[in-house]
Design a protein around this ligand. Structure first.
Ligand code: HEC
Length: 222
């Protein structure tokens, strides 16, 4: 009979130790069975917590300011308004691309790559707003091929990518595209617009146009 009490107590303790404190958050460190000096576990390290006090410095603060003239890699100097904010010196959205960037084939290829990844699902491969998300009920995606977006300053498009669209139906891509990539996407967006707008006269030399005209005639096309 005594064993029954013992076993019940044991099973009770076992169940409690396994399930009893599941999900509980502890604020103090666990009990150290083995002393730190004998078995260093790196659980105890001398340190100051952020914004705590310290008697070591005259001002009593543990946090220190970086010494003067220090350049911190995590705080880049963003002294190019056009490149980083899409704005000109007056604070208006700047037209065109920042002088620091070279818009060439490589840049456009990068833009297409990023566009395909981040914009195409909604805006569609040709920028007509007919991406796959439309089939799933996201009907608000506009086409790039209207005069408002054709005439919009590059800086304002940059602002849309950085901060999301005015009505917030499109969220920010600042966490996915570094500023240079945003500009590359804009260059590709412009290429998409031109692709729907360009005329034969713009794209082909006079002799090529003659060739095309001849071929069309032979094929019986207008
Ligand atoms: C989740 C779907 C979605 C994705 C992905 C998306 N957009 Fe949009 N985009 C929208 C919608 C919806 C609007 C309409 C804006 C609104 O009504 O707020 C819009 C609007 C725009 C506009 C017009 C803003 C204006 O002022 O009218 C531009 C330019 C644009 N998107 C560019 C991009 C670019 C570049 C990318 C990729 C980096 C992108 N979008 C990715 C859904 C998306």
């Amino acid at each position: 009979m005594r064993n029954v009490y013992l076993i019940t107590a044991f099973v009770g303790a076992l169940i409690f130790s396994i399930f009893g404190l599941r999900g509980t958050k502890f604020t103090s460190p666990p009990i150290d069975v083995f002393p730190e000096w004998a078995f260093p576990s790196m659980r105890h390290q001398p340190k100051f917590r952020p914004q705590s006090a310290s008697n070591f410095f005259a001002d009593g603060r543990a946090d220190r300011m970086p010494p003067e003239h220090v350049v911190r890699a995590d705080l880049p100097v963003r002294n190019d308004d056009h490149l980083y904010y899409g704005k000109d010196a007056t604070g208006a959205f700047a037209p065109g691309f920042p002088a620091a960037l070279t818009v060439d084939g490589k840049f456009l290829a990068r833009g297409r790559d990023r566009f395909t990844l981040y914009c195409l699902p909604c805006h569609g491969a040709v920028g007509d707003g007919q991406g796959i998300t439309k089939q799933y009920g996201m009907g608000a995606t506009p086409t790039y091929h209207d005069d408002r977006l054709r005439n919009m300053a590059e800086g304002e498009i940059f602002n849309t990518i950085t901060n999301g669209s005015p009505n917030k139906n499109m969220l920010t891509y600042a966490d996915k595209l570094v500023p240079e990539d945003r500009w590359a996407v804009i260059a590709y967006l412009r290429a998409l617009q031109r692709a729907q707008q360009g005329t034969v006269a713009e794209a082909l030399s006079a002799s090529d146009q003659n060739e095309v005209a001849k071929a069309r005639k032979e094929l019986g096309l207008k």
